[in-house]
Design a protein. Structure first.
Lengths: 129, 446, 487
């Protein structure tokens, strides 16, 4: 399982790349593997705002459909339009071309609720049991 | 033992393999106090006995084949070609399950894909699902789709000229959803009065055309008004009428639903029937129900599968688009066979027979003293007649005196339409029957 | 060779129906109302019949062979049912005809209401819901209405086991209520400690609990009476999902176990055919407290129009009805089939159904459990769940086993459900299968277990001999191709 060091993680398998007071969000390698071939992606509009834990979109594969949850409260600054036409990039490159939204982080304190790569790895191992 | 093949020897061998001494032992987890109740049911009948019994029960009924029928109101005496049942009786079709294993279900899957295509063509829409239980539940599902599309809106505007039972089912289905359903408080409201309810809170407008009274509605006006408020236009349509009339898709409908019973399904005392549901591709993921898609197999051969299942209950669970599990598989097959058998020319011909005969009947009845046909809007196969006596009385005399099944008593559902009868004429009513009806109506008018 | 589409067989000018000529003067027909064209197929009757015959030959039904789909109860569909449902005295009735003209039909409906009430142990039955999921929605709406009627609008929570069928949580959400999931214990029962914790937290807001018993693991809950008592204690109602009723006919009545409402599946338990995905029929039975809330109308007797030994059947409207859940009265054609079945079996026959369904399932389990792990060391009911995987062949999945069974001439069992068992295979033989069929199926599974180690590609590439082989479902979902269109 690929779990990059420089990212933060949620219990719902989203990742957050911190970039000053902005962030980039996507889903982890574990998530894309569980879903298997992703066929569809629904993203919010630029300008939408969501609270931490609120659903900002939906990802759908042949066997499952899952909501995407905000790691922290934020306002959507950009969405990965290309991904909507080629959602399979989430499977092939979940941390690169599979990025979903760029947000303005509204409450930096909420970052403390997220896991680092070590904690996320442990979390995944516990789930397997 | 009917349908159970086991001999005593079989049972013994099986119990031995299981390691149990008796079949009763297998039920030890069932609490003793309630175990093995004596069910009070009639004693078992042999096949020939049950046949005599049911033939007698069936024979006790007066059917639409025993005399002319002019009753419509949402269920219709339409032609059922012999080919339909010939196909339905094939065991590979009717004893199959939902096609979850596509490699052994290509028959069902291709037939449903063809059905979907034909419904699209008939309604003028881009995509159809594999069907709902009936026209009423399809309408309720249209409301649910509309509120999934327009997520922040909770208001539904519905015309009182939509079938009363459909309006009731929409309310039952949505009673836990916190919706506001308006438009039919005044049962005598006309379309402009209904459209006046539209606003920025409205998720959808529901109109029926031909409506419950048989009248063809102003769908352009409805579409314009709904879209001006960014509400979806849901049209409840009659598939037989669509053999002749411009389809709702051509007017800008967003969702088209209706009762498919007229498409070779037969009356069957109310069911099983068929709810069709068609919409635009942009709403396909918010649509409930099963969907068959075309694809290829590992060898590149064309094949069909159930698709977009991720929206459905068995995967999405509490976030499913709806809880629906079954469609009306075999009934959709019947409709597909019907549409293929009648085809481009036949469906047009059936519709014309309905239209012209209904208008002939209306003209003849209008000419009778005491009867007035309401003609404020164009109609297809049903029309309203104001009668000189209560409808129930007239119908009783028509039945007793002529063996005629008369029209629907509109006073039952519309307080302002006491003594108004809804008469239906289809391709199953030859001219002689219409003439007999006219004669009978004249006789019973006093 | 794939079969042509009906549209590909179409040629202009053909028609497979004969219609009479117009026998009245044509009326004025405003052109602006008329459609431009209708691109439906144009085929002759022989081509039409050959087309659908060819399609049917690509299908596998119960009439073809063994169909062990768990929780679907794919039992044999008796042919007498088909004959009775097709009697013209039934098929040619308009639902709005005067009640006097349809007493034979109303007798069948009234009797079926009575039979189902007796079989389930309930006070009232509605035949209106069209299918199991529809019956579920009806049941949950009744439970909600019951509490609202008693002024308890704060009750919004429904408990659902983690083994439940997806329709259960979906129905709950549709009814505007909230799902709280209860885990199962290591013996496959509802975890009582977890149930107690949930009741402690949600008790005052409890609408009730939805339970399938036997559950989707094929197991009869060992604590059923305790569960029911606890839920009732907190003012909640018990909803029974009757999908697995085949194991209980004449064995135990859900009403006697304390269930307040149950939906029946006529197309599972009562032998009506599945039709390739419907039509089914999902009547609901209720305890006395809920009778007034049944969907409207139900069939009753009108004392004023009844005679000595000839009751007059009529439609009645329950005073606190949740309303109508579909148009007309339900799936009458399906009701006739179920009525016929119950009359042919009688009480003794129905009990034998359950006994042999359970016998068959336990026997089949005994023949394969050494090779396919059954996670629960218990006697099963009418179905059982095993794992479709092997420790020493990790690349083989339940899906591969299922597809390989097709090569042996069997329809696969249910895959990947319930979610709480890994690589689940849910197997329900039903009572209408002979010992030879079960032995042949067991033999196939044993051979496949062997192939999984010695020739796994046979499994991965299965099925080999069907009209189409494994289909690209990803492509079907991505490149949505949902209808035919003219070039």
């Amino acid at each position: 399982m690929n779990i990059p060091k420089d990212l933060l993680y949620t219990e719902d398998d989203e990742w957050l790349l911190l970039d000053g007071d902005e962030g980039v969000v996507g889903i982890t390698d574990y998530a894309q593997d569980s879903l298997s071939d992703i066929v569809y992606l629904e993203l919010p509009e630029v300008g939408d705002s969501f609270e931490q834990g609120e659903a900002f979109g939906v990802v759908e594969s042949v066997k499952a459909a899952a909501d995407l949850y905000m790691p922290v409260s934020g306002e959507v600054l950009a969405i990965n339009e290309a991904l909507v036409d080629e959602p399979e990039k989430i499977n092939s490159d979940p941390y690169g071309e599979g990025w979903m939204i760029r947000i303005k982080i509204l409450n930096a304190d909420e970052l403390d609720d997220l896991m680092d790569d070590v904690a996320y790895r442990t979390y995944l191992e516990e789930r397997e049991d | 033992m009917p349908y159970i093949p086991h001999s005593e020897a079989d049972r013994q061998a099986m119990l031995e393999a299981i390691g149990a001494r008796s079949i009763e032992e297998l039920f030890k987890d069932v609490p003793e106090g309630v175990r093995f109740p004596a069910l009070k049911l009639p004693p078992a009948a042999s096949e020939m006995e049950i046949r005599w019994e049911l033939e007698a029960l069936a024979g006790a009924n007066f059917t639409v084949a025993d005399g002319p029928c002019f009753l419509g109101a949402g269920a219709y005496h339409h032609f059922v070609p012999a080919v339909v049942d010939a196909v339905l009786r094939r065991g590979e079709f009717y004893t199959a399950y939902t096609p979850y294993q596509p490699e052994v279900s290509q028959g069902t899957l291709q037939a449903i894909w063809e059905y979907q295509s034909m419904i699209c063509e008939l309604t003028g829409m881009e995509v159809s699902n594999a069907s709902h239980y009936d026209g009423a539940t399809a309408t309720a599902e249209a409301v649910i789709t509309a509120i999934n599309v327009q997520r922040k809106r909770r208001k539904v505007v519905i015309s009182p000229r939509v079938h009363p039972e459909y309006r009731a089912v929409v309310r039952t289905y949505t009673q836990g959803m916190g919706l506001e359903i308006v438009g039919d408080e005044r049962l005598d409201a006309d379309l402009p009065q209904v459209l006046a309810h539209l606003d920025g809170e409205t998720a959808c407008l529901i109109v029926q055309s031909p409506n419950f009274f048989g009248q063809i509605e102003e769908l352009s006006a409805a579409a314009e008004a709904a879209h001006a408020q960014k509400a979806l236009l849901v049209v409840v349509a009659d598939p037989i009428a669509l053999g002749l009339l411009k389809p709702p898709g051509a007017f800008g409908a967003d969702i088209v639903v209706g009762e498919g019973q007229g498409l070779g399904v037969g009356l069957n005392y109310g069911g099983p029937y068929l709810g069709f549901f068609a919409t635009r591709m942009e709403h396909v993921r918010k649509m409930a129900g099963r969907l068959v898609g075309q694809t290829v197999d590992v060898e590149g051969k064309r094949g069909f599968v159930l698709t977009l299942s991720a929206r459905e209950q068995h995967i999405r669970r509490e976030k499913a688009t709806s809880n629906i599990c079954t469609n009306q598989g075999l009934v959709a097959l019947a409709a597909a066979v019907y549409m293929a058998a009648l085809g481009r020319c036949g469906m047009r011909q059936v519709a014309e027979l309905c239209y012209h005969r209904a208008h002939y009947a209306a003209d003849q009845i209008d000419g009778l003293d005491g009867y007035t046909v309401l003609r404020d809007r164009p109609f297809f196969k049903e029309f309203i007649v104001r009668c000189p006596r209560p409808v129930a009385e007239i119908n009783e005399e028509l039945l007793d005196g002529w063996g005629i099944i008369g029209g629907y008593d509109l006073g039952r559902d519309y307080t302002h339409l006491q003594d108004h009868m809804l008469l239906c004429v289809t391709e199953m009513n030859p001219r002689e029957e219409i003439d007999m009806l006219v004669e009978a109506l004249e006789e019973v008018s006093a | 060779m794939s079969k042509p589409l009906i549209f590909e067989l179409s040629r202009p000018g053909r028609c497979a129906a004969t219609l009479p000529a117009l026998d009245v003067p044509p009326a004025v027909l405003p052109q602006e109302l008329v459609r431009d064209d209708l691109a439906l197929p144009e085929v002759g009757e022989a081509d039409l019949i050959r087309h659908y015959t060819a399609l049917s030959q690509m299908n596998y039904g119960v009439d073809t062979g063994f169909y062990p789909l768990g929780s679907c109860t794919m039992k044999y569909n008796p042919k007498i049912n088909e004959e009775m449902a097709r009697l013209p005295g039934f098929t040619r009735l308009h639902p709005y005809q005067d009640e006097e003209t349809v007493q034979g039909a109303l007798f069948v409906m009234y009797s079926l209401q009575q039979f189902l009430a007796e079989i389930g142990g309930f006070a009232g039955v509605s035949l209106q819901p069209a299918a199991g999921a529809h019956g579920e929605l009806t049941g949950v709406l009744m439970m909600r209405a019951y509490h609202l009627d008693r002024g308890e609008a704060q009750r919004t929570v429904i408990l659902v086991p983690d083994s439940a069928h997806g329709t259960n949580p979906a129905t709950t959400t549709m009814s505007g209520l909230q799902v709280v999931e209860i885990p199962s214990d290591e013996r496959g029962n509802v975890d009582l400690a977890a149930l107690d914790a949930a009741l402690a937290e949600h008790g005052p807001r409890l609408v009730g609990m939805m339970l399938t018993n036997p559950n989707t693991l094929g197991l009869f809950d060992e604590h059923i009476e305790a569960i029911v008592a606890r839920v009732h204690q907190h003012g909640g109602l018990m909803y029974g999902d009757g999908a697995n009723l085949n194991a209980l006919l004449g064995i135990a009545r859900p009403g006697d176990l304390g269930f307040d409402v149950l939906h029946y599946n006529l197309h599972k338990t009562f032998s009506t055919p599945h039709g390739g995905g419907g039509p089914g029929s999902g009547p609901v039975g209720v305890a006395p407290a809920l009778v007034d809330f049944l969907p409207s109308p139900v069939v009753g007797i009108d004392p004023e129009r009844s005679e000595e030994d000839e009751p007059f059947f009529t439609f009645v409207h329950p005073p606190k009805s949740i309303g109508r859940v579909k148009s007309f009265y339900g799936h009458f054609g399906v009701m006739v089939r179920a009525y016929t079945y119950i009359r042919i079996l009688g009480a003794a026959g129905l009990r034998r159904v359950a006994e042999h369904a359970v016998l068959n399932a336990n026997y089949l389990m005994s023949q394969i459990k050494d090779l396919y792990r059954v996670p629960y060391e218990r006697v099963c009911m009418h179905e059982f769940v095993c794992e479709g995987r092997f420790e020493d062949a990790p690349d083989v999945h339940a899906l591969d086993i299922a597809k390989r069974l097709i090569d042996f001439g069997f329809h696969p069992p249910t895959n990947y459900f319930p979610l709480i068992v890994r690589e689940a295979l849910m197997i329900e033989p039903t009572e209408t299968e002979s010992k030879e069929t079960l032995d042949a199926f067991a033999a196939a599974l044993r051979r496949i277990a062997d192939e999984a180690r010695s020739a796994p590609d046979l499994l991965h590439q299965a099925p080999h001999n069907t009209p189409v082989r494994r289909l690209d479902e990803v492509r079907a979902a991505k490149d949505l191709f949902l209808r035919w269109q003219a070039e």
